[in-house]
Design a protein around this ligand. Structure first.
Ligand SMILES: [Zn+2]
Length: 349
């Protein structure tokens, strides 16, 4: 666990928090409505991408400059701010004061402007931004350099076990969960397209096909030989698939098993199995049978046993398709997009 303190005066600016992978939905937008906090309580993440300001037009930058900014296909505009902003749930921050006049024009909530609008209460230093405007996840962003990480000799609590997904129709938070899953699906589809090497993809029947729909077939050139996509992870060996969808490690965002390599096509032109990590929540939704009980029992039934002591819903929950904004945003930041065939896919988006 870590604690964040002001870089100037040492005042505590957070509760103890545990570092986790940056959620794929971080830069996704909702509609004209307030969203819940991005981060789970007691966690923080680091965004390795350049912060929004200053911006530059894509055409004004050389290939080396855009690559240094982490983008490999046209995005408008290109953000060139400092990397490694920290993001926390607002409720996990302490000792800051909002300066409303420094907030950006906003609608139902507030958004980051040009200058930090969160000050350290101890010394008045601008330390970051709070955002909660409509369509934005509720976040506090601490600027790199404005806060110092103080490691605590306290182990992080055990992560919650990945649970059988619930039927969304009974869940008041279903819409937010759908937004998160759609964003994760958009990021996963970008990595699947890159891993395809330009070959058509054969998706496993069932939830994976239902989620990704016709997008791969529409975007990738037709013609054999196709590459086969499979699910792998606990209880699923993923035998024989060219590209496997595996559960991501909660802390790193990479594959849970260190034996797996998170890459696209291998140097042999594509025969090395590629791995696309999915957030555990999405992987479970695709790989495990859906729990449809309005009141799931505690614990888990034995493997292979499904409850049948309640009526099935009339309209089972359906996942939204991949988030197009996240798909395009992720593709633009994969170095593989410089390959002409993938750049053509990107341009068609
Ligand atoms: Zn301070």
């Amino acid at each position: 666990m870590d604690l964040f303190v002001c870089a100037d005066c040492g005042a505590e600016l957070s509760v103890p928090v545990e570092r986790v992978a940056l959620p794929p939905e971080t830069h996704a937008r909702g509609g004209h409505e307030p969203l819940p906090p991005l981060m789970e309580p007691g966690t923080y993440a680091v965004d390795p991408e350049p912060w929004r300001r200053p911006w530059r037009a894509w055409e004004e930058l050389s290939a080396a400059e855009t690559a240094a900014a982490g983008v490999y296909a046209p995005v408008y505009p290109v953000p060139l701010g400092p990397r490694n902003h920290l993001v926390l749930a607002p409720g996990d921050t302490r000792g800051t004061r909002l300066v409303p006049e420094r907030c950006e024009n906003h609608c139902l909530g507030i958004a980051a402007g040009a200058e930090p609008h969160l000050e350290c209460v101890g010394c008045g230093r601008g330390v970051g931004f709070r955002e909660d405007d409509c369509g934005l996840w509720q976040t506090v962003w601490y600027a790199p350099g404005a806060v110092v990480r103080r490691p605590l000799k306290v182990p992080a609590p055990a992560p919650p076990p990945p649970d059988r997904p619930s039927y969304d129709g009974f869940d008041g938070l279903a819409r937010w969960q759908d937004l998160r899953l759609a964003a994760a699906a958009g990021a996963a589809l970008a990595r699947l397209l890159a891993a395809s090497g330009g070959a058509p993809l054969t998706l496993p029947a069932g939830p994976v096909t239902a989620l990704l729909g016709r997008e791969p077939a529409r975007l990738l050139p037709a013609g054999p030989p196709a590459r086969r996509v499979g699910l792998a992870g606990p209880g699923l060996p993923g035998d024989g698939a060219d590209i496997t969808l595996v559960p991501a490690d909660r802390r790193t965002g990479g594959p849970q098993s260190p034996r797996r390599t998170p890459v696209g096509p291998g140097p042999d032109g594509g025969r090395t199995p590629a791995v696309v990590p999915l957030p555990a929540r999405l992987w479970a939704r695709l790989a495990l049978p859906v729990e449809t009980s309005p009141m799931p029992p505690s614990g888990r039934p034995p493997a292979g046993v499904l409850r049948d002591d309640y009526p099935l819903p009339d309209h089972p929950g359906r996942l939204l398709g991949p988030d197009r904004h996240v798909l395009r945003r992720t593709l633009a930041r994969l170095p593989e997009v410089r390959e002409p065939w993938l750049r053509a896919v990107y341009d068609r988006l």
